[in-house]
Design a protein around this ligand. Sequence first.
Ligand SMILES: NC(=O)c1ccc[n+]([C@@H]2O[C@H](COP(=O)([O-])OP(=O)(O)OC[C@H]3O[C@@H](n4cnc5c(N)ncnc54)[C@H](OP(=O)(O)O)[C@@H]3O)[C@@H](O)[C@H]2O)c1
Length: 339
Amino acid sequence: MTDTLTRIALARRPKGLPEPEDFSFETSALPEVSVGNVLVAVTHLSLDPYMRGRMDDVKSYAPSVEIGGTMTGQGVGRVIASKAEGFTEGDLVTGMTGWTSHAVLPATELRKLDDSLPPSTALGVLGMPGFTGWVGLKEFGRPKAGQTLVVGAATGPVGSMVGQLAKAAGMRTVAVAGGPEKCKLAVETYGFDAAIDHRAYADAGALRAALAEAAPDGVDIYWENVGGKLLEAVIPLMNVGGRIPVCGMIAWYTGLDGDGSDRLPALWRSVLVKRLSVNGMIVFDHWGRFPEFVSEVTPMVANKHIAYLEDVAKGLENAPKAFISMLQGGNTGKQIVAL
Ligand SMILES: NC(=O)c1ccc[n+]([C@@H]2O[C@H](COP(=O)([O-])OP(=O)(O)OC[C@H]3O[C@@H](n4cnc5c(N)ncnc54)[C@H](OP(=O)(O)O)[C@@H]3O)[C@@H](O)[C@H]2O)c1
């Protein structure tokens, strides 16, 4: 067992897309474990789009990372020392470890995992992103057989869960993804009925024409992961009574896709005229249903009724590079870092 802790800290607040210099690599001695706590050696770290928001100093639904503070994030690892009842050396656990090799966490903030599926699944398909898609679709999407769903970032852990569950509910499913490879995966791996490469269309109008062809009966659920050009393209295609669970808007996290401010009146008019249900959703509000998700979806993953893909970067030192790449669509599947 190494006695050094390595971690990635926030060195400065990024402007737009983060740069490697916004992060620093720090080392220190392993922390002591006090009563009620557990020392975890992290084996897998989750990289998620929300982390970009934590790098800004703005009021949100969760606190920002301080300058010099460890980048926030969920990890999976093995207990290497425990002063908490119910946890012993070797246990596989998950919790908010941050971007670090080791973390001391209160036992109350850890969840034990079994070894039946790869540990990294607790960060993606069977973790926060998979749960986001599952709970948001049930609560706000309300899938109906014969209707049509469109989702962007469709091969990521949220979009692929939404697409597969909507398909299982009898919907026509249309993926929007970046590049021909991801579009192929959307259809072949995740069973989408059609897939559109948003990078192939220069503007919202051209993207809308492609979407209209893929969704000839209009769109009943637009699962919002992306914002930007896709949102602008899809709104005029929404059917009366359509649902828009607003889960994320990654195109705007780094300010790379315009701000859409001149479209506000048209958007609001559509919400009124088409009686759209637009629901902001944050996964934290729904944790009470997490056990139900785990018991329903674990067997579906185990028997391959739900497919998942992971993109694994090797080594904590490569986390910033993998994170910056993910924000631009460089990941194929759930972005993990294996330590
Ligand atoms: N509300 C919540 O509680 C909650 C919880 C989890 C996640 N989320 C949100 O859900 C969304 C998906 O998360 P995820 O973990 O599944 O991420 P992900 O799909 O693994 O990764 C992000 C993807 O976004 C796409 N993207 C990036 N820039 C884009 C742009 N300008 N236009 C269109 N697509 C772009 C890229 O896919 P392509 O290459 O296919 O374009 C990229 O791979 C994110 O917005 C995230 O913030 C929200």
